[in-house]
Design a protein around this ligand. Structure first.
Ligand code: C2E
Ligand code: MG
Ligand code: MG
Ligand code: MG
Length: 290
C-alpha cells in the first residue's frame, strides 16, 4: 500500500481524486521540468474493429514518470498543466511523439493504424493550434488519415462557432476528429448536426451498464439508440472501457463499430504495440497481386 505524501517514499497515483493543495503545488512546480527532463511517456491503447477483430487504431495516453513519486496518471496532472498553460508545450510534445511513432511503425513494415491524440480545452483555444497540427503532420510525415484528434464533448460544445472553422480545416487536410466521452456533456444534441466530426466515442458510463442479464434493459436501449443515431449521422462509433465479454457481445449485437478497453488490452508501450501489429501481419499476410 502506498505511503502518505511527505514520507519521502514512492507513491504511485492511480485515482482521479483531486490532489490536496500541498501536493498540487509540488507537482505543479515539478511539471515545469517534466518535459525538459524527458519524464513524460506515451502509452497506446489498441482500438479493435468488432467485425474483423483487428487493431485499427491506438489512443495515445500520456504518463509522467516522476523520479521520486513514480508513475503519475494524466488524471492527476492534465488539470495542473491546463492551469499553468504547460498543456500547450506538453500537448505539442504528445502530438509530435505520437505522430513520429505512427510513422515509425509504418517504416518498420507494420500494418497501418490510426493514432488518436487527446486535445484539451486550452489547446483548442490556442490561436496557433490548427497551424501547429498541420506543421507536425508535415514534419513527421504521418499519413493525415492516420491521425485522429479526440476532443471531449463538453469542450466541443462550449464553442461550436469558434471550433467549426478550425476543425473543418483539419478535416479538409484529411485528419479525423472524434467526440470523446460522448454522453457526459449534458448538452443539447443539436451541435451534432453542426460540427465537422467523424467519430463518436461512447462514454464508459454507458458501456459499464451493458452485459448484465436482465438488469439493464434501459441501459441497453440507450446505448443502442446512441449507435443508431451516430450511424444515421454517418459517424463511426467507438465504445470506451470495454471490460467484459458480455459488454462486447452486447455492443457487437448493436452494430457498434470499434471498441477499446481492458477486455482487449490495457494501454501499452510502443514496443508491445509493434509486437501486436507484427502478429496481426503474420496472421493475415497481405495478398500478392499477380
Ligand atoms: P480518455 O481520453 O477518455 O481516455 C481513456 C481512459 O480510460 C484512459 O485513462 C484509459 O487508460 C482508460 N481506460 C481504458 N480502458 C479502460 C477500461 O476498460 N476500464 C477503465 N476503467 N478505464 C479504461 P488515462 O490514461 O488515465 O487517461 C485519463 C484521461 O486523461 C483521458 O481520458 C484523457 O482525457 C486525459 N489524457 C490522457 N492523455 C492525454 C493527453 O496526452 N492530452 C490530454 N489533453 N489529455 C490526456
Ligand atoms: Mg480520449
Ligand atoms: Mg474518453
Ligand atoms: Mg470517458
Amino acid at each position: 500500500s502506498a505511503k502518505r505524501w511527505g514520507e519521502n517514499s514512492v507513491q504511485v497515483y492511480t485515482s482521479d481524486e483531486p490532489l490536496p493543495p500541498s501536493e498540487r503545488l509540488v507537482l505543479k512546480n515539478h511539471l515545469r521540468e517534466a518535459l525538459a527532463n524527458n519524464q513524460l511517456i506515451l502509452q497506446y491503447q489498441p482500438q479493435i474493429d468488432l467485425a474483423t477483430k483487428r487493431i485499427v487504431g491506438v489512443e495515445a495516453l500520456v504518463r509522467w514518470d516522476h523520479p521520486q513519486y513514480g508513475r503519475i496518471e494524466p488524471g492527476r496532472f492534465i488539470g495542473l498543466a491546463e492551469e499553468t498553460g504547460l498543456i500547450v508545450p506538453i500537448g505539442e510534445w504528445v502530438l509530435r511523439t505520437a505522430c513520429q511513432q505512427n510513422r515509425a511503425w509504418r517504416e518498420a513494415g507494420l500494418p497501418a493504424v490510426k493514432t488518436a491524440v487527446n486535445l484539451s480545452a486550452r489547446q483548442l483555444k490556442h490561436a496557433e493550434l490548427i497551424e501547429r497540427v498541420l506543421a507536425v503532420v508535415a514534419d513527421t510525415g504521418i499519413e493525415p488519415a492516420c491521425l485522429e484528434l479526440e476532443i471531449t464533448e463538453g469542450i466541443l460544445v462550449d464553442s461550436v462557432e469558434t471550433n467549426r472553422i478550425g476543425l473543418q480545416t483539419l478535416r479538409d487536410a484529411g485528419i479525423k476528429i472524434s467526440i470523446d466521452d460522448f454522453g457526459t456533456g449534458y448538452s443539447s444534441l443539436s451541435y451534432l448536426a453542426e460540427l465537422p466530426v467523424d467519430i463518436l466515442k461512447m462514454d464508459r458510463s454507458f458501456v459499464m451498464r451493458l452485459g448484465q442479464d436482465g438488469e439493464s434493459t434501459r441501459a441497453h436501449a440507450l446505448a443502442e439508440s446512441i449507435i443508431h443515431m451516430a450511424h444515421r449521422l454517418q459517424l463511426i462509433v467507438i465504445a470506451e472501457a470495454v471490460e467484459t465479454a458480455g459488454q462486447l457481445a452486447d455492443l457487437a449485437a448493436m452494430g457498434c463499430d470499434f471498441a477499446q478497453g481492458y477486455y482487449f488490452h490495457r494501454p501499452l508501450g510502443h514496443e508491445q504495440i509493434a509486437e501486436l501489429l507484427r502478429q496481426q501481419r503474420e496472421a493475415a499476410p497481405a495478398r500478392m497481386v499477380a
